[in-house]
Design a binder for this molecule. Structure first.
Ligand code: PLP
Length: 380
């Protein structure tokens, strides 16, 4: 058996998504900027996709812009707001994805704005009192805080943060890459100026994402070139990606309750099996709390053991694909910046399991056994 439990890193394509993309891979190849019928066919598919996404998020299609994914979207929005809107202070947290943190490092190194980091509590949640203080001291800031953390799954309260931002006339951007397609975002109910999504995190294709930018916010493009995306992002559009993105999101919204309860059951099952089979196991951040964490992520904190060195390797040999911290940084031997920022014990191993609607209970039982037997073996 080979089990894939790394869905926060990327997800398999849904066959309905492949079917929707197929004509645009095979026959509908026109450049959407061309005015002939081949071009118009592609243009029409893009605008249809934009409308689908806008309706699901309850915004206007003119507020959706396609990008190559979450990283580009975060870079574009954050740099755009700082460059174009005269923002001199940015408030964020140390557990954001590198798509945000490294963008902020760049902004800081260029002297474009001061970066302030909000304190986190012992579970890795935002200290909202400190956020309010920072906003009091720095009105007219940009706040960039993610919805759900990709490593520990902790969920932030977008409504509450949005209201704090409103009181201090600040802009609010959220990296929603881990929650788009898995939670409903009704943007009419949130004081959010921008958010981003990435199709490969919800069974769509890789290399395509979007940014929502609230109407009326005039920010400069990040990628200069042709007049695509209403002058906000130069470059010929990834038509089949855009079609696949919209289809994937449509499916997620159509079946969200069913997917959610299936995945929540898998997460609960894994927690109960590990609690029963593995002495000294606990969970990083608040990932075992179903109310306060993303239902598709469980970050397991393992006992001190020589086994921790080769943990992911041995799980892989045993047939389980999972990751340690963020998969986006795998390949680098720097530890997880998230676990470090929340003060996790470096001597204890960490493995992030992340689930999808395609996982089964048998796969969860298999993974729990493979992980537990590694530790039993090393203690014997
Ligand atoms: N933001 C978060 C929270 C993520 O988890 C990821 C990918 O893991 C990204 C941004 C980057 O998205 P993409 O892979 O589409 O560039």
């Amino acid at each position: 058996m080979r089990v894939y439990l790394d869905n926060a890193s990327t997800t398999p394509l849904d066959t309905e998504v492949i079917a929707a993309m197929e004509p645009f891979l095979k026959t509908h190849f026109g450049n959407p900027s061309s005015i002939h019928s081949h071009g118009r066919e592609s243009r029409s598919a893009i605008e249809k996709a934009r409308k689908v996404i806008a309706e699901l998020l309850n915004v206007s299609p003119s507020e959706i812009f396609f990008t190559s994914g979450g990283t580009e979207a975060d870079n574009s929005v954050i740099c755009g707001i700082v460059h174009s809107l005269g923002v001199k202070n940015v408030i964020s947290s140390r557990i954001e994805h590198h798509a945000v943190l490294h963008t902020l490092d760049h902004i800081s190194s260029q002297g474009l704005a001061n970066i302030h980091y909000v304190n986190l509590d012992e579970k890795g949640h935002i200290d909202y009192g400190h956020l309010a203080e920072l906003l009091n001291q720095n009105p007219n800031s940009l706040v960039t805080l993610m919805h759900a953390n990709n490593e520990i799954g902790n969920i932030s309260d977008l409504e509450y943060i949005g209201n704090l931002c409103k009181e201090s006339d600040s802009y609010f951007h959220s990296d929603t890459v881990q929650t788009v397609g898995h939670y409903v975002h009704n943007l009419q109910l949130l004081n959010l100026h921008s958010m981003v999504g990435s199709a490969h995190k919800f069974h769509g294709p890789k290399g395509i994402g979007f940014m929502y930018i609230r109407g009326g916010l005039k920010i400069d493009p990040y990628i200069h070139g042709g007049s695509q995306e209403r002058n906000m992002r130069g470059g010929t559009e990834n038509v089949y990606g855009i079609v696949g993105l919209a289809k994937a999101l449509e499916i997620c919204y159509r079946d969200m309750n069913k997917h959610r309860s299936h995945i929540e059951n898998l997460k609960t099952l894994l927690i109960s099996k590990l609690d029963g089979q593995l002495d000294g196991v606990s969970y990083n951040g608040d990932s075992a709390n179903l109310e306060k964490s993303n239902y598709k992520v469980l970050n397991v904190c393992l006992p001190e053991s020589p086994e921790n060195e080769m943990l992911l390797f041995n799980l892989d040999i045993g047939g389980v694909s999972a990751s340690g911290g963020s998969a986006c940084t795998s390949g680098s031997n720097l530890g997880s910046h998230v676990l470090k920022a929340i003060g996790a014990d470096p001597e204890r191993g960490a493995v992030r399991f992340s689930f999808s609607r395609f996982n089964t209970e048998d796969e969860i039982l298999f993974a729990a056994e493979r992980l537990s037997e590694l530790y039993v073996t090393s203690q014997e």
